[in-house]
Structure formats: structure tokens, C-alpha cells
Design a protein around this ligand. Structure first.
Ligand SMILES: [Zn+2]
Length: 251
């Protein structure tokens, strides 16, 4: 994991992951202004800070197109207690700021990190109502401690989302490629293939009518991934990489 550790320093990671590309080419400065103007992006920070204390709300079943699932869940956390909802909230806000600086209109599916919900169906509906050009749900996985790496989850056709399966796959591949090269994180070795998984049990994908994918940014139960996810500098790098992914898909 020497290569991964090198990525804890932003400069080292840019240098190792981007090869000959000068770091300046990736920065969000005046050169990036307007590149995403006219584009509508919805970012969904997974879970919420008040979810764990309100099971009566988040355990309520909602229809996700092919069955019923819980409205929302509490999410996972690192061994040190860094919660997934806090991680997703932080990365989402960093990403939103970068995308807005490039001219995009960005909506987050929740307005803070201390509330409850919204349900997965409402998170999808926010993207649908916004007629988003692309939507991304940000998560951290809670797999066995020995497993590590990231993966992007693509929708399978479940009724109303049929029209977005193909563009979502393109969005997911763009996000995967940018995240891999930008962060140096490896593909998850414990599920999916080449950093991509396909699921038909996620309301956020099943109920979407706009191109949408999830990313599990790493495994919060793995010590190495947790160290990166707990680092503000590394979260900034994650957000930069995700912004590149959006731009590569949308342009
Ligand atoms: Zn999650």
C-alpha cells in the first residue's frame, strides 16, 4: 500500500497518478470557470446525522420500483467513530463548491448533517424534478475490515429507470476512471469488476429518471481506507477527482 499512502499528500498523488499531466491542469481556477455552465448536477450525500436516533422514520418501508426497502439507513463508520454521514456530507460540499466554480447548477439532497432522511425515493425525486444532467450518490462502504478499495454502482433496468441505464453506465465509467487516477485508490477487490457493480435494489437508482450512479469511496471498516477517508486533504482530492469525472462525462 505504498502507492496509496503516497496519495495522502496531494502533490505526491497528483504526481504519481497523473503522470506527466501538470498539476495546474487539474486545479479549479479561473481557467475552469464556465466549463460546466448550463449543466444541472444533483449530489446526494448518503444517510444523515439524525438517522440513527430516528429508526421510526428511516425504517419505514418505501416502494423502490421492484419491492419495498427502508426509507433510509444510518450508514457505517470507521473504527475510530468517523461516521459515513459526516464523510459524505464533507465530500459532497467540497464537490459542490468545485462544480459551482465551473458554472454548474448544483443541488444537494439534504441541507445539513443533523437532520433525518430524506427517504431514498425522495433523493431520487430531487434529481428527477431538477431534470439533472447527472446525479451522484456518495457513500462509504462498511464491508469486512480486510477488504479495501472503491467501487461505483450502476443501475440495472427496473421499470421507470430503463432510459437511464446506458447514460448512467457512461457516467459511472467517467466517475470511476477519474476517481481511480485522481486518488490512486484501487478498485474494490471484494465485489463487482474493475471498480463497477450493478444493482437493482437501490431506490436511488431504481427510481431515477436522470443519469445516476452511486460511489462507495472506500471501505470505512478497513484501516487503510479509513485513514484516507478521515483525512481532509484526501477528501479534497476525492472531490477534485469526482469533479473531473463529471466534467469528462458532461462535456
Ligand atoms: Zn452508505
Amino acid at each position: 500500500m505504498i502507492a496509496g499512502l503516497a496519495c495522502l499528500g496531494l502533490v505526491a498523488c497528483h504526481a504519481s497518478a497523473a503522470g506527466s499531466e501538470p498539476p495546474a491542469a487539474r486545479s479549479v481556477g479561473s481557467a475552469g470557470a464556465g466549463r460546466l455552465s448550463g449543466k444541472v448536477i444533483v449530489i446526494d450525500p448518503g444517510h444523515n446525522g439524525g438517522n440513527a436516533a430516528h429508526p421510526e422514520v428511516i425504517n419505514k418501508p418505501v416502494w423502490v420500483g421492484n419491492g419495498r426497502k427502508a426509507c433510509n439507513t444510518a450508514g457505517t463508520a470507521t473504527a475510530d467513530g468517523y461516521a459515513e454521514h459526516a464523510f459524505t456530507w464533507d465530500v459532497s460540499n467540497r464537490l459542490a463548491k468545485m462544480l459551482r466554480a465551473r458554472g454548474a447548477e448544483v443541488t444537494l439532497t439534504r441541507g445539513g448533517d443533523s437532520g433525518v432522511g430524506p427517504c431514498v425515493t425522495e433523493r431520487a425525486a430531487i434529481g428527477n424534478r431538477a431534470h439533472a444532467d447527472a446525479a451522484l450518490s456518495i457513500h462509504g462502504d462498511g464491508a469486512a475490515a480486510s477488504k479495501h478499495g472503491f467501487h461505483v454502482i450502476l443501475p440495472l433496468p427496473v421499470g421507470r429507470n430503463r432510459g437511464i441505464v446506458a447514460p448512467s453506465a457512461r457516467l459511472g465509467e467517467a466517475i470511476r476512471d477519474a476517481y481511480r487516477s485522481g486518488t490512486g485508490m484501487p478498485y474494490a477487490g471484494y465485489l463487482g469488476k474493475d471498480g463497477l457493480d450493478r444493482r437493482d435494489d437501490l431506490g436511488g437508482l431504481n427510481m431515477s429518471t436522470v443519469p445516476a450512479v452511486f460511489i462507495e469511496c472506500g471501505n470505512m471498516k478497513n484501516a487503510g481506507d479509513a485513514a484516507r477517508m478521515s483525512s481532509a486533504a484526501f477528501r479534497q482530492l476525492m472531490a477534485e477527482s469526482l469533479a473531473e469525472g463529471f466534467e469528462n462525462y458532461l462535456r
